[in-house]
Design a protein around this ligand. Structure first.
Ligand code: FES
Ligand code: FES
Length: 165
């Protein structure tokens, strides 16, 4: 029975970054694997694979999820947005630019997931306090920056995209 399940393929349709996609996936394939390996959207990172670091964060119907923990089969008919989906004609989204401007990117491995979490936070609460930002990003780990510059980048967007520091 298990062997049958492992080799079975499911017909999966969803929308990724505004594009309709149709794929064949195994029942155990994660959303992260689909994004990186089948759709070549490698901005979304694999790190812990256990829902602990947030490097794989994407939006699933507007909600931040750890894509390493979501089965692709659960995403049928859903809208997925990855870090690649924030750019327009190769131009960075203002939030991405804020990370650059504030020096909030060092090795960059956490950055896509961090930005997706911040994007969802700002969508839900366009004027967050520093405490709100810390709470909104608590599922995303960064080993490089010490978080200060990341928080400042997000707060600069809360102030209408202007930085006053
Ligand atoms: S790789 Fe998904 S939470 Fe760490
Ligand atoms: S910039 Fe390196 S882990 Fe965050």
């Amino acid at each position: 029975m298990l062997a049958t399940l492992e080799t079975a393929k499911l017909d999966l349709s969803m929308n990724v970054n505004g594009q309709a996609v149709r794929l064949w996936v195994s029942p155990f394939t994660t959303l992260l694997e689909v994004l990186r390996e089948q759709l070549e959207l490698t901005g979304t990172k694999y790190a812990c694979g256990e829902g602990e670091c947030g490097a794989c964060s994407v939006l699933l119907d507007g909600r931040v999820v750890n894509s390493c923990l979501v089965l692709a089969a659960e995403c049928a008919g859903c809208e997925v947005v990855t870090i690649e989906g924030l750019t327009t004609n190769g131009k960075l989204h203002p939030l991405q630019q804020a990370f650059v401007d504030h020096g909030a990117v060092q090795c960059g491995f956490c950055t896509p997931g961090m930005i997706m979490a911040a994007y969802a936070l700002l969508a839900a609460n366009p004027n967050p306090t520093e405490a709100d930002v810390k709470r909104g990003l608590e599922g995303n780990l960064c080993r490089c920056t010490g978080y200060r510059k990341i928080i400042d980048a997000v707060l600069s967007m809360a102030r209408g995209g202007r930085s006053d520091d």
